[in-house]
Structure formats: C-alpha cells, structure tokens
Design a protein around this ligand. Structure first.
Ligand code: ADP
Ligand code: ASP
Ligand code: MG
Length: 819
C-alpha cells in the first residue's frame, strides 16, 4: 500500500490536475494506493481572506468567493470539456452554496471564531478532493473521502492536535469497510482537515496535508508515502532564494524534520513523526518533472561527503531578550518565563542563553510578539520596576538553520560559519545549537536573510567559488577584460572558479543581470538596454540583488565612479580598478577609504595603476610583507614618455615626434597630460603610499615638459607648432647626454632623499637606458636587493596588458576570498 499526496502546487489548474490524475492511475496499476489532496493552489489563503473580509463587514468577501467559484468551475469545464459532468457540477454547486451561507453568516455576525475559520478553510480540500476523485474515476475506479471521518483531533482550532489512538482506529476501521464496499478503487482523501470527537471541523495547521498523508500512511502501514509538489525534491536550500541550491537525493528523518521545522516549506515538519514510528520512507517528487528521482527520506542520511546537509530559514520572527543582572542565575526564573509563555500559547522557535546567564533570548513569531512582550512584562513587573530586569525587542528577524546528521563530532562548523558571516559583515543577533547538535541556528536581520542563506550555501555546499563583477567602463580596457574573461571561462570553471558579470555600464547605459550577463552578446544587450547609467543607482541596484562576493571593476578614469567606492564597500563589494583616482585622493579622504576597507574587510586591488599588467604593486606588497626594507624605487612609469625618449635620437625634432605619437594614438587625446609628468607623479604617490608614507601629490616634484605658456590654453592642433619652442633645448640636452655616454629618460625616483619625476641623463649601463618602445621599467633597491636592484620591465601601456593587470587582481581576489 502506498500513499500519494498532491500539494496545492500540483493542483494549480486543470492541466496540473490532469497530470496528477495520470500519476495516480499509473500508480494504481501496480499498487494499492490512497491519495491525499490539498486544496488547489492558493485556495486556502483565499478562503481565509474571504472570511476575514466578511468578519469586518467588507462586502468584497463575495468577490473573493466569486473568484474561487470561477476557478473551480473553470477547472471542471476544462477537465470534462463539452460533455461535462452534471452530477459533479451539482455537488460542487451545493458545496459552494454552503460556503456562501457560512461567509454570509460571518458577515452578519461580524465575527469569526477559530472554529468557523476552520470550517471555511475545509472547503478548499473538499472542493479539490471532490473534483479529483470524480475525474480520476473516469479512468480508474475512485471515490471521495472526507478526512473528517478519519482524523480526530482536540479542539485547538486552526492548529489542532491529532488524537492518535482514536484516529488510527477510525482510519483502520474506515478502510476495512471501504475495502469491502469499494473493492480496489482509489480513495481520494481531503488533506489538512479533521474533526473533533464531537464532530466539529478542525484543521491541523497550514501546509498540513503532508501531515495528513503521513497520519493515514502510518495507520495503514503504507510501504511508502509519496509527496508530490512543484520542485524536484528537498533542496539544500529554498531554490527561490538560493539559485545554486541543488536537490538532495537522500535525507534522514531527523534532518528532514529540522529543515522542515526551520522553514523548508516543501514538507510540513510534523509529517515525519508518524512516518518515523512505522519507519515508512517518504519520497518527495515533482509533478512537473515526474522523471526526476526526487528526495528519499528514511532512517539513513545516505551517501554524502559534505558536513552540512541543508539550510532553511524562518522569516517574520521577533527576538525578545530578557536581561537581568543577577536574576537569571536564580533557579526558577527561566521556568517562570517559559511557563508564562506556554500558558499563553506563545510558540518559542529558538532559545539562546548566554553562559553568564544574564540574558535569555527567545525567537518567536512576529504575530505573537505583542502578546509575549505583554505577558513577560506582567510576569516580571516587580523586577522591571526595580531595574534588575530589562526587556529588549528586535523585530524583522530571520532565523537561519544549518542542518546535518554529520555535525555532531565535526568541529569547526560554527567557526567556519561565523568567519564567513563576519567577512561579509552580517551581524548575528543570536545563536543557538540544538542539543542534538544536528542544527546550528542564527538570527539575523531579515534584510540580510537572502545574503545569509546564499553565503552559508556557498560556504558549506558549493565546490566552485563564485565572484560577481560589476564592470563599469567598457572602452578599450573594459572590453578587453570582458573578452579575456570569456576566453578563460571554461578554464576557470575547471579550476573551481565561477566569475559572473552581474552588471556592465558605459557612460550612458547600464545592464544588470544577477544570473550573469552573456559575454558573447553583452555589447548588443548594453546598446539596447533602457536603463540609464547613474553610478549611485547602479550601486543601489547591485546591493538590492543581495549577492555575495561582488567586486566593482572600475575600468574608467573617472572621479565620479570613485565617489561611489565607499557606498559599494558598505554594500559589501570589493574594488578592482586601473583607475588611479582613489589612490591619489587627498590624504584625509584616502585614509578614510582605507579605514573603511579595513573595517568592512574588503579588498581594494589596483595592480594596473602602475605599469599596466606588470606585477609592480603585488611585488612591492610582497617585499614589504616579507620584511624587506625599500631603499629606493626608480623607473620609467609612463608608456608614452618611454616611447618618446626611446625614439628621440636627434633624427627629428621632439615636437614632431610628439605629433606623430599622438597620431598613432600613443598619447592621451591631449598629449600635455603625458608631457606634464603628472601621470608619473601620481604613480610615484601611489607607490609612496604603499610604503606607508603620508604624502600628497603636491609633495612630489614633477618636471613639466610643456612650456609654461602652453600649459593652460585649450588644446588645439596648433599646439605642435608652438611646442617647437622646446625642440632646441631638448636637442641640446640629448646631445650633451650622448657625449657623456648617457641617454635622456623621463624617470621617477622615490627614496627618503627625494621623490621626483623628471627628465634625467641615465648612463648606458643603467637598466633604465635599455628600454624599448613603450616599455615601463621599475627597479626596486632594497635591503635584500641592494647590489643589483629587483627589476620589472615590459610593456606598460595598452588595453590588453592593462586588462591583464585587472584580470590578475580578480584572480587574486578569488584566492583571497575564503568562501
Ligand atoms: P505544495 O503546494 O506542493 O504543498 P509547497 O508550496 O507547500 O508545495 O512547498 C513547495 C515549495 O517549498 C517549493 O515550491 C519551494 O519553493 C519551497 N521550498 C522551501 N524550501 C525548500 C527546500 N529546501 N527544498 C525544496 N523546496 C523548498
Ligand atoms: N491547503 C492547506 C494550506 O494551504 C494545506 C496544504 O496545502 O497542505 O495550508
Ligand atoms: Mg505544502
């Protein structure tokens, strides 16, 4: 004998009911089966809202009623087509009239006791079981069973407790009779509803049809209880909130119970108890995908190589903390607290007590918060008056539970969890570990619930490390980076790294997709995007996505983007950028940014700030971290100036060389930005700040190669003819140098003695003399590298190598992130 239960999600409309009927008739061919059905999806909510409206005299209850009738009769029409089913139509009409009378009664009374509420709610299952039993009967003999004849409960309406002795007898007796009367027909039983011993209608708690299935299954010694729903089984987390969640092939009863208790809606927690007593396996199956194997719940946890098995969450909780200076150490105080809450039927979801025993923290449902607060205040009136006790209340809380049979004896689970939460700046308001150690629960602000679930999922369940990038600026560097990322995607996935682009933006538009933007088509998608780009708005939208491990990749040179860095860091983002602006902010602002990064444990990576893709910053950081003392850093730090002086051999005037370089695109659009030396000055400042030197840009002496008169006028093509005034002098300097076996190089030097960027004569034996094309070269003279400096040389400009610098930072970030 097998129980087959269909949830409301499997009975949303005629199409789904047809699928359910197919599943039923197929199963009936090989087994004796009993079917349990919920109300059609959403119907219980609608019924309860109609009752509520009626009770306050709102006539729109009849609209809700009409919608309900519409839905059911529509399903009927679709199931039976032209020929219809007159008898069923009549039976359904009768039931609807009964419901209408009841709602009207509530409307007249302006009151609805819990018992009336249960009677109203019972119609959902009665409608669906009536329709389904009749429809199945078209293909295989089937009959309707009202569970009020089978399941006997106490009179705690809306959440009635099952009286198992009477219930088991009633079920067994009923089916014994039914077997005689209906032979091998299929019973289609209403889930969720029951009755008191004196015949009043009750319900056994929301989502309770699963429980009905288990109660009936246990009473009939079923060999299997199948729960058919709209997902492939029990997932490692709610798949609507955690996109990376996956189906668990097997769970132990205890694991399933903990997950269900802490919010995994796929199964009602009470379902497990009757199943356990008779050791009946439960199988969760998907009506929309019957071929999927589903999740099997038995005594065994199954094959599993992780520590944790699943996570779930309960929203809408309130945390009440009772503080007492010496009170809680006194035996009996906790007892008083729990007693008074129990007396008022306040359901405590979680308890946590500080080992000092000075505080006791309770999580309860938001709906009971007011009541709980009032009764606690009454109970401890005297202590509160005398200031030995105080009460604290935090609303909008979510309880997140991490569950596994493996946790007992697996140290470090909570350590790992708290490290991850800390790194992601998620504040934990309370912690509790079940005595069975099968569950660790934490309470967080509900605004953090999505991030918390995804983070814990990433930490404990996912083998690939995920990093989301929000790429701003898709000019040369940005688009080269996207291309490199696309090219390496398969390789990185293979290495366990999943980099997804959650946003791209240019100066006009932005494109956002939390599932990852397709790197084959991003350009077109961005062009056709209707979202205008505003830096703050983008930062906000990314924050709302509640992703974990996100980096802002700023491929612009804009100060406007730097202005959102702090917001981004506060929203939990790391920053990766070739943009130098943040690193050259006035010291006070720079320091504030650094402090924020430290406080929020976020990375700011900017390898491409100096030497494009050359590993300058990382080498410097390694030298410092390794305890070496930096004596001097010198080098050629501007690709453009490098190119100009590598090619300035006297064969043509300097101004002509600059013009040519400009035409080839080797300079900034306004070449004065290169010739001014400021770019070199900024890079020196960035290096100096890495050394911990508190410097401003104005502390660096920078030789400007542009004559004073040309410095401030607007840039036009006539610039080059005016620049000829430097030709003679520069030619002379180059000649003089040559005579001394030297060459001219625009170099930067950073040492205790001087920090300057200037045109210098460099002996031919000096490595700086050996640069080619637009090479950058950086020489570190340190305590350990003092005879010969440590030299890094190579192309220091260009989109591909700059993007590579950014890419290497992204890879570093992936290595740094623990989860
Ligand atoms: P039914 O109407 O079939 O009883 P429910 O809505 O009660 O269905 O339960 C199924 C839903 O539970 C799924 O659609 C899913 O969104 C939600 N859910 C929450 N947590 C989990 C989980 N860990 N695994 C699977 N589903 C879950
Ligand atoms: N129809 C009931 C509810 O919505 C019971 C169930 O679906 O399991 O709560
Ligand atoms: Mg359900």
């Amino acid at each position: 004998m097998k129980i087959i239960k269909f949830g409301g999600s499997s009975l949303a409309d005629a199409t789904r009911i047809r699928t359910a009927a197919e599943i039923i008739t197929t199963a009936a061919k090989s087994d004796r089966i009993v079917v349990i059905v919920s109300a059609m999806q959403g119907v219980t909510n609608q019924l309860l809202s109609a009752a509520q409206l009626a009770s306050v005299g709102n006539t729109s209850y009849s609209e809700v009623y009409a919608e309900l009738a519409d839905r059911h009769f529509k399903a009927l029409r679709e199931l039976y087509g032209e020929k219809g089913n007159t008898l069923l139509h009549q039976q359904l009409s009768d039931l609807f009239s009964e419901l209408y009378d009841l709602l009207h009664g509530i409307y007249l009374l302006r009151d609805y006791p819990a018992s009336a509420l249960d009677t109203v709610a019972s119609f959902g299952e009665r409608f669906s079981a009536l329709i389904i039993s009749n429809y199945v009967n078209e293909y295989y003999p089937a009959y309707f069973v009202d569970a009020r004849e089978l399941i006997i409960t106490d009179a705690q309406f809306t959440n009635a407790r099952v009286l198992f002795d009477q219930t088991n007898i009633a079920i067994q007796h009923y089916f014994k009779q039914a077997e005689k009367e209906h032979k091998k027909s299929i019973a289609v039983v209403t889930g969720f509803i029951a009755s008191t011993e004196d015949g009043r209608t009750t319900t056994i708690g929301r989502n309770g049809s699963d429980y009905s299935a288990a109660i009936i299954g246990a009473a009939l010694n079923a060999k299997l209880i199948e729960i058919w729903t709209d997902v492939d089984g029990v997932y490692s987390a709610d798949p609507r909130i955690v996109p990376e969640a996956f189906v668990l092939a097997q769970l132990s009863y205890e694991e399933a119970m903990e997950l269900a208790y802490f919010g995994a809606k796929v199964l009602h927690p009470a379902t497990i108890i009757p199943a356990i007593t008779k050791k009946i396996p439960l199988l969760i199956k998907n009506t929309l995908n019957p071929a999927a194997p589903g999740t099997l719940i038995t005594e065994s946890t199954g094959q599993w190589d992780g520590i944790a098995k699943g996570i779930s969450a309960i929203d809408n909780a309130t945390l009440i903390t009772v503080h007492g200076t010496h009170m809680l150490g006194v035996p009996g105080t906790a007892e008083r607290l729990f007693k008074i809450l129990a007396q008022h039927q306040v359901n405590i979801i979680l308890i946590s007590q500080a080992s000092s025993e000075h505080t006791l923290c309770l999580a309860i449902s938001e709906t009971q918060a007011k009541l709980a607060r009032r009764v606690i205040e009454e109970e401890f009136y005297y202590e509160i008056e005398n200031h030995v006790t105080s009460i604290d209340q935090k609303d909008n809380q979510t309880i997140v539970a991490i569950v596994s049979d493996r946790m007992p004896g697996s140290p470090g689970v909570s350590g790992k969890m708290f490290q991850a939460l800390g790194m992601h700046n998620i504040n934990v308001n309370a912690i509790a570990q079940g005595a069975s150690e099968r569950n660790i629960s934490i309470v967080v602000n509900s605004s953090e619930s999505t991030r918390t679930l995804n983070l814990i999922h990433q930490t404990f369940f996912e083998k690939t490390k995920r990093l989301y990038l929000c790429v701003i600026g898709v000019g040369n560097i940005g688009s080269a980076l996207l291309q490199q990322l696309q090219q390496q995607r398969a390789y990185l996935i293979n290495q366990g790294y999943d980099i997804r682009i959650c946003a791209v933006a240019n100066s006009k538009k932005m494109l956002i997709n939390p599932n990852g933007i397709d790197l084959d088509t991003w350009q077109k998608a961005l062009d056709t995007s209707t979202l205008a780009f505003h830096p703050h708005e983008l930062a906000q939208k990314i924050t709302q996505l509640a992703l974990i491990n996100v980096a802002l990749v700023d491929c612009t040179a804009s100060a406007d983007i730097v202005n959102i860095y702090q917001d981004c860091v506060r929203a939990g983002m790391h920053i990766v950028t070739p943009n130098k602006k943040a690193n050259v902010l006035p010291w006070h602002d720079y320091q504030a940014f650094m402090d924020l990064l430290k406080k929020r444990q976020k990375y700011f990576l900017f390898e491409a700030n100096v030497g494009a893709g050359l590993p300058v910053i990382s080498t410097l950081k390694d030298l410092i971290a390794g305890g070496d003392k930096i004596i001097k850093i010198e080098g050629i730090l501007s690709g453009t100036l490098s190119y100009l002086f590598n090619n300035f051999d006297g064969s043509q005037p300097f101004s002509k060389l600059v013009h040519e370089a400009h035409n080839h695109g080797y300079t900034e659009p306004d070449p004065r930005e290169d010739l001014s030396g400021m770019d070199v000055g900024r890079k020196l400042l960035i290096l100096a700040r890495q050394l911990g030197w508190q410097m401003e840009l104005s502390d660096i002496k920078v030789e400007n190669l542009v004559p004073k008169a040309l410095q401030d006028q607007p840039y036009t093509e006539t610039f080059y003819s005016q620049l000829t005034q430097v030709d003679k002098k520069l030619h002379q300097r180059a000649e003089d140098a040559r005579k001394r076996n030297m060459v001219l190089r625009y170099a930067g030097v950073l040492s205790k003695e001087s920090t300057r960027a200037s045109l210098q004569e460099v002996p031919l034996s000096n490595p700086l003399a050996a640069t080619r094309s637009s090479d950058n070269i950086i020489a570190f003279t340190t305590q350990r590298y003092c005879q010969t400096p440590l030299i890094i040389q190579g192309p220091g400009a260009g989109a591909a190598v700059t993007a590579m610098g950014v890419f290497s930072d992204i890879l570093k970030l992936l290595h740094y992130l623990p989860y």
